[in-house]
Design a protein around this ligand. Structure first.
Ligand SMILES: Nc1[nH]c(=O)nc2c1ncn2[C@H]1C[C@H](O)[C@@H](COP(=O)(O)OP(=O)(O)OP(=O)(O)O)O1
Length: 170
């Protein structure tokens, strides 16, 4: 069995606006997305989320709350993506464009779903109402979703041990 690739995704939300970033290169280029990236050896998922947020748009969030766990399978690729989604309503600094992302605030009623990963329109409504979620999406290429499983949850469950082992913590 191939271990999942661990990724983070941070959505800063303040009242009726959400901070998104236009991905200028790499995976998901040309799409609006939260800020995030790969979890590195020796760091926790939350540390990775805060680091990527800072690297990609220059802001610091100290109260990241984990709100979602999404698993993505791509036809033909044995490695699944495991994306840990966080939110925060306070941060330090001014959102600033980086090599990877161009940040922009969006009103929660005009989220640009047509220019985002196609799964986002399913789970964003759960995030926007302040609940937690767990989901699985099977993709064919980057535009076509073949299978969707999504549920609102009280509490997120994932295998901590698997993560710690993968990151050399145990
Ligand atoms: N289906 C999906 N829906 C979504 O909303 N976000 C997704 C997604 N699949 C991946 N992501 C997010 C997770 C993570 O924040 C980001 C991908 O990570 P990275 O930006 O690190 O990828 P890159 O290939 O650009 O990385 P580098 O090569 O390290 O620059 O995209």
């Amino acid at each position: 069995m191939v271990a999942n690739k661990l990724l983070t995704l941070v959505l800063i939300r303040q009242c009726n606006r959400v901070l998104l970033g236009y991905k200028k290169k790499g995976f998901g280029v040309g799409r609006w997305n939260g800020f995030g990236g790969k979890v590195e050896q020796g760091e926790t998922i939350q540390q990775a989320a805060a680091r990527e947020l800072h690297e990609e748009c220059g802001v610091e969030a100290h109260s990241l709350e984990e709100i979602g766990l999404l698993k993505f399978e791509f036809v033909g690729d044995p490695q699944w993506l495991e994306v840990h989604v966080f939110t925060a309503d306070t941060f330090k600094g001014e959102p600033t464009e980086s090599e990877e992302m161009r940040p922009q605030w969006y009103n929660i009623h005009s989220i640009p779903f047509n220019d985002m990963w196609p799964d986002d329109k399913y789970w964003f409504p759960i995030f926007l109402k302040g609940a937690k979620f767990s989901g699985y999406f099977k993709f064919e290429g980057h535009n076509n979703i073949l299978k969707t499983e999504l549920k609102e949850v009280e509490k997120l469950h994932y295998n901590d041990y698997e993560h710690f082992k993968l990151n050399g913590i145990v």
